[in-house]
Design a binder for this molecule. Structure first.
Ligand SMILES: Nc1ncnc2c1ncn2[C@@H]1O[C@H](COP(=O)(O)OP(=O)(O)OP(=O)(O)O)[C@@H](O)[C@H]1O
Ligand SMILES: [Mg+2]
Length: 235
């Protein structure tokens, strides 16, 4: 579904990604693990067209997307829940959800059905549908960021650090929903510093260090890999 070849990204003199090769196949959860500054966010933002690659190709289904603007990439079927959630604080939950599909000309009925679908996934959002997003807890804002991304009915959902700064119990709830979304057919690319959590729910994973992929493979094997355990799993 997603095929990334020789991708390099620079911020001025800093080379943030070097020759990255990543594939995501339909129906997978693939995670990208690595510590602070490894390049996870840079990678996801480049897929979404928010950062332009210095070199390399990004193929999504049948389209090369590395030069396309973000709204076209969203229309093709990739949407993202960004690091730090980035909900619109003064807009209501409902208005935030609507922002997720503004690139589409859905009818009122379609939008309403879509919002109901989100409330089914995240009942907490339904209870707070007219509240300003700034009044939500961190976990609820994370749910809102994911739901906003889902409003675009993506084929590939990009999640950047959905566990960041959230209480463990709520993280469990959110990860359970991520697994259920995947069981219903959603393909997911997940960037996480919490490697254990990410590897537990993923089919495959890539380990990123200083902008380079240093390991890749089945998530269950990486969970038991000695180097991965030492560097990322506190063992
Ligand atoms: N806008 C920017 N300008 C310059 N350098 C940047 C910029 N954004 C990121 N970087 C640098 O690029 C590298 C990769 O950063 P990135 O945010 O992609 O890492 P990350 O894996 O997402 O880290 P974290 O786990 O902290 O979110 C780091 O060295 C970072 O300092
Ligand atoms: Mg990041």
């Amino acid at each position: 579904m997603l095929h990334v070849e020789n991708l390099s990204v620079e911020y001025g003199a800093i080379q943030a990604l070097k020759n990255i090769q990543i594939d995501v196949f339909p129906g997978e959860i693939v995670s990208l693990v690595g510590s602070n500054g490894a390049g996870k966010t840079t990678f996801l933002r480049t897929i979404s067209g928010l950062i332009k690659a210095k070199a390399g190709k990004i193929k999504f289904i049948d389209n090369f997307i590395q030069t396309l603007p973000t709204h076209e990439i969203v229309t093709l079927g990739i949407s993202q829940s960004p690091e730090g959630r980035m909900v619109f604080p003064d807009m209501s939950v409902k208005e935030n959800l609507l922002m997720g599909c503004f690139a589409f000309s859905y009818s009122k009925e379609e939008i309403q059905t879509n919002i109901e679908r989100m409330i089914n996934w995240f009942p907490r959002l339904g209870e707070r549908i007219n509240q300003k997003a700034i009044l939500l807890s961190g976990g609820e804002q994370q749910m809102l960021a994911i739901a906003r991304a889902l409003m675009a009915k993506p084929k590939l959902l990009l999640l950047d650090e959905p566990s960041l700064g959230i209480a463990p119990l709520v993280v469990q709830q959110i990860f359970k929903i991520i697994v259920e979304l995947n069981r219903e057919g959603m393909t997911i690319l997940l960037a996480e510093q919490n490697a254990r959590l990410a590897l537990k729910i993923s089919h495959r994973a890539y380990v990123l260090e200083l902008g380079t992929i240093i390991k890749q493979g089945e998530a269950s094997l990486l969970l038991h890999d000695k180097d991965v355990q030492r560097a990322y799993l506190g063992g």
